[in-house]
Design a protein around this ligand. Structure first.
Ligand code: SF4
Ligand code: SF4
Length: 71
């Protein structure tokens, strides 16, 4: 599972708005973000980079393919 855990979330909603594939949703009752569709994660790391409290961890098991020049 690429996106691994959300711990210490303060419910700012940034990751929900940032994720291009709607992996993360807001639990409005608990005022916390949760991982709704982990299989859709593209490991773009945007959610992790924008989270103001560094609450999101992403496993390194899959990585974005490196673009290699074709000659
Ligand atoms: S790493 Fe990218 S695709 Fe995965 S949950 Fe975060 S923002 Fe969404
Ligand atoms: S960006 Fe961080 S603090 Fe904000 S909702 Fe997402 S996990 Fe929570």
């Amino acid at each position: 599972m690429p996106i691994n855990e959300i711990a210490g979330c303060i419910g700012c909603n940034t990751c929900v708005e940032t994720c291009p594939t709607d992996v993360i949703q807001m639990d409005h009752n608990r005022h916390r973000a949760y991982i709704a569709y982990p299989d859709d994660c593209q490991i773009c790391h945007l959610c992790r980079l924008y989270c103001p409290v560094d609450a999101i961890s992403i496993t390194p098991e899959k990585s974005i393919p490196v673009v290699v020049s074709w000659r």
